[in-house]
Design a protein around this ligand. Structure first.
Ligand SMILES: NC(=O)c1ccc[n+]([C@@H]2O[C@H](COP(=O)([O-])OP(=O)(O)OC[C@H]3O[C@@H](n4cnc5c(N)ncnc54)[C@H](OP(=O)(O)O)[C@@H]3O)[C@@H](O)[C@H]2O)c1
Length: 302
C-alpha cells in the first residue's frame, strides 16, 4: 500500500514562517491548492484564495481560518476561462495589496472538452496555460517591487507526453483532452524557463513543479462514473494525499534552500530533469512571443 508514495513523496522540512508575507494561490478551494493555502496560512501568511466559485472559496476559507487560527485569509474571484476575469482580478490585487511575495499558479483542470472561449482560445489551453500566463505577466510589476519574491507554476509529469505543433499553439485542431492537458503543462514549463531569463537580476524567481499523483477533484470531468470512481479510489489508496502533493509548492514558496534558484523544475521537494522540450530556450522564447499575441498583453508594457 502506498509504495509509490513512499518512494517518491518529499515533505517540505522547512519550518520557515511567512508572517508579513502576501501569497496568492489559484484554485485554492480544492485538492492541492487548498492544502497549499492552509499550510501557508499556518505559517502566518496573508493568503489570497483566487477561486472561480466564491461559495466554494468561502467554505475553504472557513476551514482554513478554523484549523490555523489565521484570520488574514481573503477571497478574490478568478475564472481562468475568462481573460477579462484575469484582468479584473489583477486590477483588484493591485488596488488592495501593497506587496506580493509568492504567486502560486496552481489551478488546473482536465477534460474540459473542445471549444473556443470568448477570448478565442482553446478552453483547455486557456484554463491550464494562457490565463496563468496573462495573470503572471500582469502581476510581475508587483512581484518586482516586493522582491525577493517567488512565482511557482504547478505543472505535471504529463508534460513529457506533449506533442508540439507550433503552427497549432492554441490547439485549433482539437486534439484529445489528454493531449491538450499535456501540451498545456509543457507550455507552463517553457513559460517558467523564459520568464526566469526575463527576470534575471530582479530577485524574483520562477520555478515549475510536478506535485505528485494525488486523489483530488482533478478527475471530476471523466464522463464515465465507474471509471471516475475507479481512478479516484485507486489514486486515494495507492498514491499521495493532497497535503503530501502540496509539499513541493510549499518547499518552493518557503525554503531558504531555493531562494536564488530560478527557471527549474521540481518534484518531491527536489530538482528534477523535465523533458528535453521543456529545456529548449529557443522554443520558450518563441512560445512567449506567440502567447503575448494571443492574450493581447506584453510584459514590456510595464
Ligand atoms: N492531482 C494530481 O494527481 C495532479 C498531478 C499532476 C498535476 N496536478 C496539477 O495540480 C494542480 C491542482 O490540481 P488538483 O489535483 O488539486 O485538482 P482539483 O482538486 O480539481 O483542484 C483544481 C483547482 O483549480 C480550480 N479551477 C479549475 N478550473 C478553473 C477555472 N476556470 N478558473 C479558476 N480556477 C479553476 C478548481 O476550482 P473548482 O473547484 O471551482 O473547479 C480547483 O480549485 C492542477 O494544476 C493540476 O493539473 C495534479
Amino acid at each position: 500500500v502506498k509504495i509509490y508514495q513512499k518512494l517518491t513523496c518529499g515533505i517540505c522540512r522547512s519550518s520557515a514562517h511567512m508572517v508579513g508575507k502576501v501569497v496568492i494561490v489559484t484554485g485554492a478551494n480544492s485538492g492541492i491548492g487548498f492544502e497549499t493555502a492552509k499550510d501557508l496560512a499556518n505559517r502566518g501568511a496573508r493568503v489570497i484564495l483566487a477561486c472561480r466559485s466564491v461559495s466554494r472559496a468561502t467554505a475553504a476559507k472557513q476551514i482554513i481560518v478554523k484549523e490555523t487560527g489565521n484570520k488574514d485569509i481573503h477571497i478574490q474571484q478568478l475564472d481562468l476561462k475568462s481573460l477579462r476575469s484575469v484582468r479584473e482580478f489583477c486590477e483588484q490585487i493591485k488596488k488592495t495589496e501593497k506587496r506580493l511575495d509568492v504567486l502560486i499558479n496552481n489551478a488546473g483542470a482536465g477534460g474540459l472538452g473542445n471549444y473556443t472561449t470568448d477570448d478565442g482560445l482553446h478552453v483547455g489551453m486557456q484554463v491550464n496555460f494562457f490565463a496563468s500566463f496573462l495573470l503572471t505577466c500582469q502581476l510581475v510589476p508587483l512581484l518586482k517591487s516586493s522582491a525577493p519574491s517567488r512565482i511557482i507554476n504547478v505543472s505535471s509529469m504529463i508534460h513529457k507526453y506533449a506533442e508540439l505543433d507550433f503552427d497549432n499553439l492554441n490547439m485549433e485542431k482539437y486534439w484529445s483532452d489528454y493531449q491538450v492537458y499535456a501540451n498545456s503543462k509543457l507550455f507552463i514549463n517553457l513559460m517558467t524557463l523564459e520568464l526566469s531569463n526575463r527576470l534575471k537580476g530582479t530577485d524574483v524567481t520562477v520555478n515549475a513543479l510536478h506535485p505528485g499523483v494525488a486523489a483530488t477533484n482533478l478527475f471530476r470531468n471523466i464522463p464515465n462514473a465507474f471509471i471516475r470512481q475507479l481512478v479516484e479510489r485507486t489514486l486515494g489508496f495507492m498514491f499521495q494525499t493532497p497535503w503530501e502533493a502540496s509539499q513541493t509548492s510549499i518547499y518552493l514558496a518557503v525554503s531558504p534552500e531555493v531562494a536564488d534558484v530560478s527557471g527549474r523544475y521540481f518534484s518531491d521537494c527536489r530538482e528534477k530533469e523535465p523533458s528535453k522540450l521543456s529545456q529548449n530556450h529557443e522554443l520558450a522564447k518563441k512560445l512567449w512571443i506567440e502567447s503575448e499575441k494571443l492574450v493581447k498583453y506584453s510584459l514590456q508594457e510595464n
